[in-house]
Design a protein around this ligand. Sequence first.
Ligand SMILES: [Zn+2]
Length: 219
Amino acid sequence: MSTGPVSRAAGDSIEDRVAGAVDAWLRWVPGWQPGTHRGRSRMCRRCTGSPVLQAAGIEGSVPHQVAHALTSRMQRIIDRAVDEYTERELPHLQAELSGEQLWNTGGYEPGAGLDPEYDGLDLDPDTDDEQPFLFTLAGLAEETRPEPPLPRPPLSAEEKRQLVREIELADRFADDAGRQLCFAITEHRDRIRAAVERFVEPQIQAMLEELSRHLEPPR
Ligand SMILES: [Zn+2]
């Protein structure tokens, strides 16, 4: 097993976390059914062209919900690794983020505490001009966010410079973690493919058969 800087720095390695997240996804897949989630018309930024899905060997071959449940679990691993690195190595960025948190807490956060299957998806249905919604979750979040008590103190030029530098470092770290994660997930391709073949493909096949029955002309 490779131990790059990312895995050494983290308490447990990226490889361990990927193995655990793939296990969790494999436990989730057997319960998946088509149409249990709302369909979406917009492209998902997390899944479209995702290197994770490519590395996992299921790019473009599974329904979005199944792919999304995997990419979200992987995204959480990267986010956590970046958070840990920021906390440990990037004091200015850490201070900025904690300040941001202090200034913005208290509002309703519609995305907080969601299962990974829903992570990063639009929470509100697409708007329909004929039937506008009375309220949306995004609108509610905006309305309940308390006014900041005071304007945030401005950063000095030097603090800004350090912050920019640390943001670059965090970006670079996230890229490295992403590459390492993709490498780690290739180890699990067989398990992932097997679960798709066993639990997902038969359901899609059944759906297509059902559909073609309805499309047959009446006799
Ligand atoms: Zn997605």
